[in-house]
Design a protein around this ligand. Structure first.
Ligand SMILES: Nc1nc2c(ncn2[C@@H]2O[C@H](COP(=O)(O)OP(=O)(O)O)[C@@H](O)[C@H]2O)c(=O)[nH]1
Ligand SMILES: [Mg+2]
Length: 343
């Protein structure tokens, strides 16, 4: 029965995909078995994370990018992560309407996810949902998150290509600084470029990328942000050939008007080039290794913690905790006592 569901996912059956993602959200006992069947068939999709403050135009942008992919005959899935709203919440409803243009297209699949019910946390449920979409054979998976909190940053960080979306007029500061998402961007998009202050937003982003070193450029090399200064004059040149952009990743700052589609082609090109860069530099394999290592580690942590705590009566922990709260026992020594009880 469960074997059948996984098999159907492998054929790209959308109802099976939807059912399995629902099982994941609800911690259905069979979900992990299904995922184990699918796992050998994963690792083929290009994972594109899109993040930024609410209202910057992420959903509108993803919609346009998805359509551009479809025109190139690439199949796409969109996972819209909303950690706060319930399923029928206003924001998601709005996204549904906006994404209507893709509905009815067999090569496109749109799904929103909320944290409700996912015991291992939203990040774990999202990882599993991505595996389902990957195994179902979607070429590109867009993961849209609001760049507001740590968990959303964690989710989007695991994508191969991370697009950080900014928009002018949401206050003068570049929004990304606040949430600490600046470091994770592979591509910056300043959306709503139909607004006057877009140029200023682009300029301040570029300025931040240069980190106060006007003659240097910041590049991504093996996942590290690096300064390329005047001691490397050959690299200070603006990047004007696609070949150069593929071998050394220069984080682009691109302007779009998601409402009209202006600038979308340039973002598509940057997404493709970044993927090529990841492949040619070996970074794709590295990011995938890191992803999987993190996943195994965090699952292990969770399981160990649960198994360990199950061995200790909760009254014992409460008693130790009240000693800590009354400042008679240090937190470190409290942990030592708990460990002694459990082992
Ligand atoms: N003027 C202008 N408005 C836009 C643009 N892109 C999106 N919007 C509008 O901005 C609002 C928020 O867009 P949405 O895609 O939901 O943003 P999200 O919250 O980041 O997903 C909507 O009312 C969009 O119609 C744009 O390029 N220019
Ligand atoms: Mg949105």
């Amino acid at each position: 029965m469960t074997e059948q569901l996984a098999q159907k996912v492998l054929t790209g059956n959308r109802r099976a995909v939807a059912r399995l993602i629902t099982r994941i959200e609800n911690n259905h006992p069979h979900a992990k078995t299904d995922l184990a069947t699918l796992y050998p068939h994963t690792g083929k999709s290009h994972l594109v994370g899109v993040t930024g403050s609410p209202g910057t135009g992420k959903s509108s942008l993803v919609n346009k990018l998805a359509k551009a992919c479809r025109q190139k005959d690439k199949t796409i899935a969109i996972l819209a992560i909303d950690p706060t709203s319930p399923f029928s919440g206003g924001a998601i409803l709005g996204d549904r309407i906006r994404m209507n243009e893709l509905v009815g297209d067999k090569g496109a699949y749109i799904r929103s996810m909320a944290s409700r019910g996912s015991l291992g946390g939203l990040a774990a449920a999202t990882d599993d949902a991505i595996k389902v979409l990957d195994a179902a054979g979607f070429d590109v998976i867009f993961i849209e998150t609001v760049g507001a909190g740590q968990s959303e940053v964690e989710i989007v960080k695991t994508a191969h290509t991370v697009i950080v979306v900014e928009a002018p007029g949401l206050g003068d500061d570049v929004q990304a600084i606040k949430a600490g998402i600046l470091e994770i961007a592979d591509i910056f998009v300043v959306n709503k470029a139909d607004r006057n202050s877009a140029g200023r937003a682009v300029a301040s982003l570029k300025m931040m990328l240069e980190l106060g070193h006007p003659t240097s450029r910041v590049i991504m090399h093996h996942g590290q942000m690096m300064q390329v200064g005047s001691d490397h004059p050959h690299k200070v040149q603006p990047c004007d050939s696609a070949d150069e952009q593929v071998s050394t990743w220069l984080i682009p700052v691109l302007k779009t008007v998601a409402l009209t589609g202006k600038g979308i082609d340039e973002v598509m090109t940057a997404i493709d080039q970044h993927y090529q860069h990841l492949q040619h530099s070996g970074e794709l394999a590295e990011r995938n290794r890191n992803r999987l290592r993190d996943e195994v580690r965090s699952t292990l942590q969770l399981k160990l913690m649960r198994r360990f705590l199950a061995k200790i009566p909760s009254d014992d922990i409460s008693a130790i905790m009240s000693e800590v709260i009354n400042r008679r026992l240090s937190p470190y020594n409290a942990v030592q006592q708990i460990l002694d009880k459990g082992f």
